[in-house]
Design a protein around this ligand. Structure first.
Ligand code: GAL
Length: 384
């Protein structure tokens, strides 16, 4: 059995790690599923509720099976999955290709087929598969292929979210493993520096991502505002400004990264909701062709960057980003984007954040952009 369109466009959902790390339980997951519906996130396209590390007991049972921690999940995992499904959502879980997960719980090494069967019996729809405690002599590529084989034979459609942080040139072989998404970076932190670093590190990898196999630049920190319980992720970093979160969301959308929310969605501000649920920016991310963006020449891209993503309807998604620390004008010369003004071709620029049509432009568009801010457009090609 295989659902034909599983993972065709970048997966969208929520994951427990960024905000809660080890502090997860049944009530949190149920309340998160409730919030996914009541806040409008589900209608906006977010689908998966994913439990990350720290959900199991420290030991397998006598049959070698993974056991949910009864203090955190007193009714077991099937009950949690059933609840998530009752809300019209999908349920995700986490394991690891090594002997242990990164937080020291049992990993799936040499238990791949058994664990895939366990996940299927609970009703799991998504598996994030990490890379800690991988025995030194094992080839990571083979282990991801092995787990994918187990998932494809477990009797249930389970989206495979590989997470080896970009090791072993993952982009060059992951598509053949069957994973629908692959983490290409180390862990994100709730800081502007981290957002910028992760984004810039993946610019040369856009050709390796496409329908059914998406480069995952890591989960979103949008709306966290320093709200993690973990020092590394950001409880001590001070978080980002709302403008920085909006730029982060725009970058991830244009890069075709999966959109996996990491904040506490039970407590989102209006600004966070408007950021995460902007239908025009989500539509850019979810375009069925998943064509990678290209950089428009003319500026130092580490400071002022314009990205163009050609959309399947012939329009262009355009992001203009001020990654620098000074207010600056960003210039978008249409010639460099393949738009011949002399032949009477121009762009009708719709601003996705102000949600206003800015009218028709020929030859160029320029905007003064505040530090860490951005403009995102859906531009229709017009003649005459
Ligand atoms: C890391 C992974 C994180 C999170 C964490 C859990 O390796 O990159 O996203 O899953 O492990 O321990």
């Amino acid at each position: 059995m295989h659902e034909k369109f599983l993972g065709m466009t970048p997966p969208m959902g929520w994951n427990s790690w960024n905000t809660f790390t080890h502090a997860i339980n049944e009530d949190l997951i149920k309340e998160t599923a409730d919030a996914m519906v009541s806040s409008g996130l589900k209608d906006a396209g977010y689908e998966y509720v994913v439990i990350d590390d720290c959900w199991s007991l420290r030991q397998r049972n006598g049959k070698g099976e993974l056991v949910p921690d009864p203090e955190k999940f007193p009714h077991g995992m099937k009950a949690v999955a059933d609840y998530v499904h009752s809300k019209g959502l999908k349920f995700g879980m986490y394991s690891c290709d090594g002997t242990h997960t990164c937080a020291g719980y049992p990993g799936s090494f040499e238990h791949e087929f058994q664990d895939a069967a366990t996940f299927a019996s609970w009703g799991v729809d998504y598996l994030k598969y990490d890379n800690c405690y991988k025995p030194g002599h094992m080839d990571g590529e083979m282990l991801y292929k092995r787990m994918n084989l187990a998932l494809r034979n477990c009797g249930r459609d389970i989206l495979f979210s590989a997470c080896n942080w970009g090791h072993e040139d993952v982009w060059s072989w992951i598509q053949g493993s069957g994973a629908q998404m692959f983490r290409s970076t180390g862990d994100i932190q709730d800081s502007w520096e981290s957002i910028k670093t992760l984004f810039l590190s993946q610019l040369d990898k856009t050709p390796y991502s496409g329908p059914f196999c998406h480069n995952d630049i890591d989960m979103l920190v949008v709306g966290m505002h320093g709200g993690s319980n973990n020092d590394f992720i950001g409880s001590k970093l001070g978080g980002c400004t709302d403008v920085e979160y909006r730029t982060h969301f725009s970058l991830w959308a244009l890069m075709n990264s999966p959109l996996i929310i990491g904040c506490d969605i039970r407590k989102m501000t209006d600004y966070t909701k408007e950021t995460l649920m902007n239908p025009d920016v989500i539509a850019i991310n979810q375009d069925i062709e998943c064509r990678g963006p290209y950089i428009v020449p003319g500026h130092d891209p580490a400071v002022l960057m314009s990205l163009v993503k050609p959309m399947s309807d012939g329009s262009l998604a355009i992001g203009m980003f001020n990654l620098g620390d000074k207010k600056a004008e960003i210039n978008l010369p249409f010639w460099d984007m393949g738009i011949p003004a002399a032949a009477g071709v121009g762009l009708e620029m719709y601003n996705c954040w102000t949600r206003e049509n800015e009218g028709r432009f020929t030859e160029r568009y320029a905007a003064v952009v505040e530090p860490h801010d951005c403009r995102v457009f859906r531009a229709k090609v017009v003649m005459g």
